[in-house]
Design a binder for this molecule. Structure first.
Ligand code: SAM
Length: 227
């Protein structure tokens, strides 16, 4: 693997958080100009659309910033933030990611008014303990980060406490990874335990027709924190 041509297969071959740090340090500069463009990668937009569908009322009717504060998990170069900003609502968006180089790309993303799209960008490994207060967010979104060699069901369960009671989640999970690692079983367990409610898996295409990866799907796990 060289710097210029990281392939999807390289990304799927990582195993540890340290592998991820190294991969994305090399990939950050060309992630959008090569991977996203060449492969017609659209899952960030799909997750943002689904989130707006279930939680758009938050941004439209919020009277305080806390009511429209959302977290983009594994924000990478900031594509979910860009997509949310293009929707009607006024969101306040934080991002978290293991890669300082990917976060640096997110930091360059500006809204129509020329201000940064992300209010705060946090470097952290989501397989470990993360310094975010319980109940900090009204919404939590993710795309491309729950996939082979990246994050598994334990990290998904770990996200739940970041949402306040009633918080909306839209978490995109590679569909093969979803089945292989038992995400559905985990989410059913969370439902039975009463930590989440209103769970609905929505299957979406991750790439547009014409992409070499067209046909690869993600399950967007839509749910709410119940308590
Ligand atoms: C395929 S990129 C997706 C980025 C963006 N959300 C998108 O859809 O374009 C996966 C992201 O997950 C991050 N990541 C991988 N392992 C992680 C971990 N253990 N903790 C936090 N972020 C991680 C990577 O740094 C990378 O930015």
């Amino acid at each position: 693997m060289d710097n210029e041509h990281v392939r999807l297969e390289d990304a799927y071959a990582v195993v540890t958080p340290e592998d991820n740090r190294k991969l994305y340090a090399r990939w950050a500069a060309t992630y959008e100009s090569e991977f996203v463009t060449d492969n017609l990668y659209v899952i960030p937009q799909r997750v943002a659309e689904i989130f707006v569908d279930v939680a758009g009322h938050l941004a439209e009717h919020a009277t305080a910033d806390a009511d429209r504060l959302v977290l983009d998990v594994g924000c990478g170069t900031g594509l979910i933030g860009q997509a949310l900003t293009r929707s009607d609502g006024q969101w306040v968006i934080d991002g978290i990611d293991i890669s300082p180089q990917m976060l640096a790309e997110s930091a360059t993303k500006l809204g129509n008014d020329g201000t940064p799209i992300y209010r705060r960008l946090v470097a952290a490994d989501l397989t470990g303990v993360v310094d975010i207060a319980d109940g900090a967010y009204a919404g939590i979104l993710s795309s491309g980060t729950f996939t082979h060699g990246h994050l598994g069901p334990d990290s998904l369960s770990g996200l739940i406490r970041f949402g306040r009671a009633g918080a909306h989640f839209a978490i995109g999970i590679n569909a093969v990874h979803y089945a292989e690692l038992g995400f559905d079983e985990r989410l059913q367990r969370e439902l039975v335990a009463g930590t989440i409610c209103d769970f609905e898996p929505r299957v979406v295409e991750m790439y547009l027709p014409g992409s070499p990866h067209f046909g690869d799907t993600a399950v967007v796990a839509v749910f709410r924190r119940s308590r």
